[in-house]
Design a protein around this ligand. Structure first.
Ligand code: KIV
Ligand code: ZN
Length: 387
């Protein structure tokens, strides 16, 4: 049976924690509107208590967004919650996201709090937040390095105080899919209301497993995935939501899960974040990289020309990207070169290629990509004109 997975986008909050990224309020509003077009369920617009700018940005996004739920982030403190209440007051749909660290290293070395003090802070803050918000999301920060029993105790305290969404952050990108599945099994076995609660995950990419861990969580019982566009965020970043969406699209047979994402808006959303964050998307990035739908080797180009499904599990049209390209380089085969010449208007036969292809190879050996003008030169040399 298919289940529904909510997408929670934190590009404007955790994404903005990327070194050097600073979105203006106008950019934040434009990004939030595009995230809504893309189909996300929740937008984390900022951390209202952190600065006047963050407060104003959350207020502006709350006013502008009509369908997605808007949230602000709050530490487990009254002042943080009060700032969230004010900043989201104009939102059509809202929630709050309250967090406190639960792992021993964070409790002892960062917060200087005992387990009892952490539980008291959870109970107080979730209960207080629940007076203003129907939906209170609670995150035990550094959950994946928290003692399993204490993680259960913390989550149970949050549920008892009124939290209906529990987010499991892999704050330092420490876990792996197998271990994450085990963590969820333990929660399912020890939280009596597991099935009535929305379990969310928030994975960082320090070991390159954020997307894999998020997808595993869908199998293990999570129904909300948090992440950012292009995977931007603190340190190595967050789970790239466009990759989660693409995996769910391509592997429906495996995940058996639906979402509200309009896949055709994916590339536009990624381009907007790349532009506003001034962070180029790596060419080889999954789903939205410039080379994601480009094939260079002769064997691959030959396969693509015979049946694109030989080497493409996702078409560029699905994500709103430019069409597949077969750039011609030293590994390209005669078939791809002939096809390219034909699309340029030349009538060439397989016999013609016996003369043309060695000339092409000579050029390709000394350059990365053979351009159309270089192909035209070859055709002039062999006395071929366009039809
Ligand atoms: O990574 C993290 O733990 C966070 C929390 C605030 C959810 O960003
Ligand atoms: Zn985070």
């Amino acid at each position: 049976m298919s289940k529904y997975i909510q997408f929670f986008d934190t590009t404007l909050r955790d994404g903005e924690q990327t070194i050097g990224v600073n979105f203006s309020i106008d950019e934040k509003v434009a990004i939030a509107k595009q995230l809504e077009n893309w189909g996300v369920d929740v937008i984390e617009a900022g951390f209202p208590v952190a600065s006047k700018g963050d407060f104003e940005a959350v207020t502006a996004v709350a006013k502008a967004v009509k369908h997605a739920r808007v949230t602000g982030l709050a530490r487990a403190r009254k002042g943080d919650i009060d700032a969230c209440v004010k900043a989201t007051s104009m939102a059509t749909h809202k929630q709050i996201h309250v967090f406190i660290a639960t792992s021993p290293i964070h409790r002892e070395d960062k917060l200087n709090m005992t387990k009892e003090q952490v539980i008291d802070a959870i109970t107080y803050s979730v209960d207080y937040a629940h007076k203003f918000f129907d939906i209170v999301e609670f995150s035990p920060e550094d959950a994946t390095r928290t003692e399993p029993d204490f993680l259960v105790e913390s989550i149970q305290a949050a549920i008892d105080a009124g939290a209906t969404v529990i987010n499991i952050p892999d704050t330092v990108g420490y876990t792996n899919p197998q271990e994450f599945e085990k963590l969820f099994k333990n929660l399912r076995n020890n939280i009596p209301m597991f099935d009535q609660i929305t379990f969310s995950v928030h994975c960082h990419d320090d070991l390159g497993m954020a997307v894999a861990n998020s997808l595993e969580a869908i199998k293990a019982g999570a129904t909300r995935i948090e992440g950012t566009i292009n995977g931007i965020g603190e340190r190595a970043g967050n789970a790239a939501l466009e990759e989660v969406a693409a995996a769910m699209y391509v592997r429906k047979d495996y995940y058996h899960a639906e979402n509200n994402i309009d896949m055709a808006e994916t590339k536009k959303t990624s381009d907007m974040i790349s532009h506003c964050s001034e962070m180029a998307v790596p060419h080889n990035k999954a789903v939205v990289g410039a080379n994601a739908f480009a094939h260079e080797s002769g064997i691959h180009q030959d396969g693509m020309l015979k049946n694109p499904q030989t080497y493409e599990i996702l078409t560029p049209a699905v994500v709103g990207a430019n069409k597949t390209s077969l750039p011609l380089g030293k590994l390209s085969g005669s078939h791809a070169v002939m096809q390219k010449l034909q699309t340029m208007g030349y009538q060439v036969t397989r016999d013609d290629m016996k003369v043309i292809f060695p000339r092409f190879k000579n050029i390709a050996d000394n350059t990365s990509i053979v351009s159309e003008s270089e192909l035209k030169n070859i055709m002039r040399e062999v006395n071929k004109v366009t039809a």
